[in-house]
Design a protein around this ligand. Structure first.
Ligand code: FEO
Length: 396
């Protein structure tokens, strides 16, 4: 059998995708589950005078990128929009292939590239916000977009073709054979998961950058992960919703149970909330996909943490989810804690302390000695009434 060589894929005249799909990757940052794999998108822009590569790929896919570039005889610029290794990791190998190529980055990008890769500082040119690079009939305009995802991040606008290369922003961990999205529901779900896990802490900053993009006419958005968006309004509207202050009338109940008491409380509370007209999403943290959990954090108004006391504190399987909740800075407004204990402990104090970065209004807790009795179930009913009343104040 003749092996088919890897090639670049044409997006429009002089603009090509040269990235790599990573179908088998199942974990990112040793934390984030990837049920759909991911992709690392690199793009080649050929002008009449110069050729540029926008970003590279994860180091594990270097050979794929080099193979796709095999038809590119001369590369003048490597635009590094983001120094994180899933985009910068193959730049040293590309520089070795093209010894005259210059790397282009923000000033902060130059610093971070030197820290995280072996790219020599003297081969990196810095660009100011709004600065342009002429390739001959193709003009790249660099837009500094710090904190989407790191402080050095930038996007690139290709003026003539009206394509925004948006780096991690508008991305999705989704391996696909489609260059452009066809199934908007699939892309919306994968993008929401990506937003929840990676971008949510930068919600306010993203809104600021999106407002800036409004003055650009954009025909396509080409992110650094997942498919290209041929209908930018679709993915922009999704992000407009996710980053807005809008809250859903729903409660996340995240719990662990060892012998059924905490589970009984969680399930009873969910029923009570439903009766009060409030949505309830249960997450058994002993088994849940943390990506699903993060997606629920995007717009839930309330979180309830349920934990049995183990030894003298919260169940260890609850702790990472609470820690992550605090780090992701969701819009949550209210919180409560359910706990079952045998002889004492500090679980409630621990969870309260771990959520302290979110400035939540803490509602009444339901703490039970042993199995929940009728009076405890009544306390859960009262908590549901209280949550429903709070939601009426904040949910539009
Ligand atoms: Fe896809 Fe922040 O790297």
């Amino acid at each position: 059998m003749v092996e088919r060589p890897l090639e670049m894929r044409r997006i429009t005249d002089g603009v090509f995708w040269a990235g790599a799909a990573d179908w088998d990757r199942r974990l990112f940052d040793a934390l984030i589950p990837l049920p759909n794999g991911t992709s690392y998108n690199a793009y080649v822009i050929k002008g009449s005078d110069k050729t540029a590569l926008i970003d590279s790929v994860d180091p594990t896919k270097t050979e794929v990128l080099l193979a796709r570039l095999s038809g590119v005889e001369r590369l003048d610029y490597i635009v590094s929009q983001h120094s994180e290794q899933d985009h910068s990791g193959a730049i040293p190998a590309v520089m070795e292939r093209y010894p005259d190529a210059k790397v282009v980055a923000t000033p902060k990008g130059k610093e971070l590239l030197s820290m995280h890769t072996s790219v020599p500082g003297e081969r990196i040119s810095t660009v100011a916000d709004g600065e342009t690079l002429e390739l001959g009939g193709k003009t790249l305009e660099f837009l500094h977009t710090p904190w989407v995802h790191w402080p050095e991040t930038m996007c690139t606008y290709l003026r003539e073709d009206r394509i925004l290369f948006s780096c991690d922003l508008f991305g999705a961990h989704l391996a696909t054979d489609e260059l452009e999205e066809r199934d908007e529901n699939l892309v919306a779900l994968a993008s929401k998961r990506y937003y929840a896990e990676v971008m949510m802490p930068f919600r306010a900053i993203i809104r600021k950058h999106m407002a800036r993009f409004e003055k650009y006419r954009i025909d396509k958005i080409a992110p650094s992960h997942g498919p290209i968006h041929p209908n930018p309004a679709f993915i922009v509207k999704c992000h407009d919703d996710w980053t807005s202050d809008r809250l859903s009338n729903s409660v996340m109940i995240a719990y662990v149970s060892m012998h059924g008491s905490t589970a009984k409380m969680a399930e009873h509370l969910a029923e009570s909330l439903t009766k009060e007209g409030v949505g309830a999403r249960l997450f058994n943290l002993a088994a849940t996909d943390i990506g699903e959990y993060a997606m629920a954090l995007v717009d839930s108004a309330t979180i309830v943490i349920g934990t049995p006391v183990v030894l003298t504190g919260a169940h260890p399987a609850v702790v990472p989810a609470v820690f992550l909740t605090n780090a992701l800075k969701p819009k949550l407004r209210f919180a409560s804690i359910l706990s079952s204990y045998g002889w004492g402990g500090k679980a409630v104090e621990q969870i309260t302390s771990m959520l302290s970065g979110l400035k939540l209004e803490m509602l009444e807790q339901v703490v039970v000695k042993g199995r929940p009795l009728d009076k405890d179930l009544a306390a859960l009913d009262a908590l549901a009434v209280s949550i429903a009343a709070k939601h009426k104040e904040v949910v539009g």
